[in-house]
Design a protein around this ligand. Sequence first.
Ligand code: SF4
Length: 263
Amino acid sequence: MELKYCYGPVGSWRLGASLGIDPISRPEKVCDFNCVYCQLGDCATVRPARAVYVRPEELGPELAAIKAPADYLTFSGRGEPTLAANLNELRLECARRRPERTAVITNASLIYSEKVREDLAGFDFVLAKLDAPDMELFREINRPADGVSFGEILKGLILFSKGRRGRLAIQTMLIGPNKACAPELAALYAQIAPDEVQLNTPLRPCAQKPLSCAEVELACLLIKTELKRLGKGGIKVISVYSEKHPEVSPVSAPDTLKRRGKI
Ligand code: SF4
């Protein structure tokens, strides 16, 4: 089955069986970050501005034709999902076509915007990126487009968290430059107060070396300790090494590999 807008389902340590929805679906990466560890490669950033890439009437029939069940319909793919101006319409189309819960994996670059926060609030589970505790490391790791502000992202994450209706996870990719930042990151997690913190390291092929299991588990311990000290011990902290990675067969392997930068 050839797919244009969907991929997977894939086995995700954070989401179980996750059927991917790509609201951008362009051959090239469309992102306002150019993270040093991006599995889609080192590409120029786009402007942090929204546009319509995929229409609901294009996505709907393809989604309905996929018979594989999933735990989540997950908005992700070859770009940043919140750059899709019709993200909410696409999510509603998913809800019309399938019974599964919806999730979105976002770099949070536009979360300062009330409209983007509203769009995200409709999802059952929002997984938002925060890799750096300050502007300097943010620039070094995420290499954002001009006009993307670390301070505005942080403010937006705090506001979103306060008004959220579904679950919120903050996902952090641990690599060399931020591996010693556990206490500073924990202080930001405490301010944001998500349901969960997800510590990752680039285990799929990319330009950055992953941290070892011992290094990630040490960061996990330090973050849990600091959160407890700050009175936020209720925030769950999980890591890519400690969680199960379910085996799931994709409906179309090429369409899945394309979203993982492998073809
Ligand atoms: S936010 Fe995601 S898609 Fe964008 S550069 Fe970073 S890892 Fe790649």
